[in-house]
Design a protein around this ligand. Sequence first.
Ligand SMILES: N[C@@H](CCC(=O)N[C@@H](CS)C(=O)NCC(=O)O)C(=O)O
Length: 339
Amino acid sequence: MNIKALGVAASLAVLSISAVQAGPVLDAVKARGHVVCGVNTAAPGFSNADSKGEWKGLDVDICRAVAAAVLGDSTKTKFVPLSSPQRFTALQSGEVDLLVRNTTWTLTRDASMGAVFAAVSYYDGQGFMVPKKLGVKSAKQLNGATVCLQSGTSSVQTLADYFAANKMKYKPVMFDTTEATQSAFLSGRCQVYTTDMSDLAGARTRARNPGDFVILPETISKEPLGPSVRRGDDEWFQIVRWSFYTMVEAEENGVTKANVDQMRSTSKSPQVMRLVGTGDDTGKLLGLDKDWSYRIIKQVGNYGESWTANFGPDTPLNLPRGLNNLWTNGGLMYAMPIR
Ligand SMILES: N[C@@H](CCC(=O)N[C@@H](CS)C(=O)NCC(=O)O)C(=O)O
């Protein structure tokens, strides 16, 4: 390559890493002053409002991370509780900027519901819960059972497939909302409740006596849950995706809510420096400022901190981290590199 060609190549390289234009959703969010997130009406661990209307959960934290990145303040959020059947319509119509509602990423949803999934934030699987007094030990003993489940969920098809594959019959009893489905099961209207394992554990915490219910050992599907955005705004999609990966990459690098300021003043690791706003400026590639990822960690925390606070041993759910462990600890959680 001659000197002139080298010069052209160099300026092209500069062009390709210059700041991006904001997409329409980012512009709208900035003008409005808050991010609107569609969440579950009541899913312990994912999104739940306390008596003061304060939302808590992993899905809530993902929404807060996006607000911290784009608006500088994780509290600039509005949570819209959505039932399973409503959720994609709410995203498509623009009622919400982001859907973070323990939603399974499937081909059908990714390709035909006007949504596009940004990441997997919780690796789950579908299971069954039964009253202990039924004496059932395995899902294979459920032939002929009445099963409570929520309409508009991926659980409906998975249940049908599982029973057909095992040549068993069942009577579905369907409800639109989480509350109605769980109440029906807990009050004895069906013998079985099926949904994601995390939801079963959440529902059990609502029972007057949780020990009266058992979760059966079989996990009958893959339910990768994650945030999704409306199609057609790649810039917004990237912001949501990389806000989530920031939480995971922070955990991978041992950066926490508590030590992020110290890391900011002392760390010499290029990887950590990029995360805490003292290294290469990744923000300009997303239409954000240089401190976008620092604020996520400072205001929301890393993935492990959020996971443990919402599902860990000090919560009523007390779930094993399992597949949601970092890849370096035997799990599947792996951030695409922030560089
Ligand atoms: N991941 C599944 C199920 C999501 C879902 O809405 N599950 C209901 C099951 S009733 C739920 O969230 N329940 C919350 C809870 O049980 O706490 C999907 O995307 O369709």
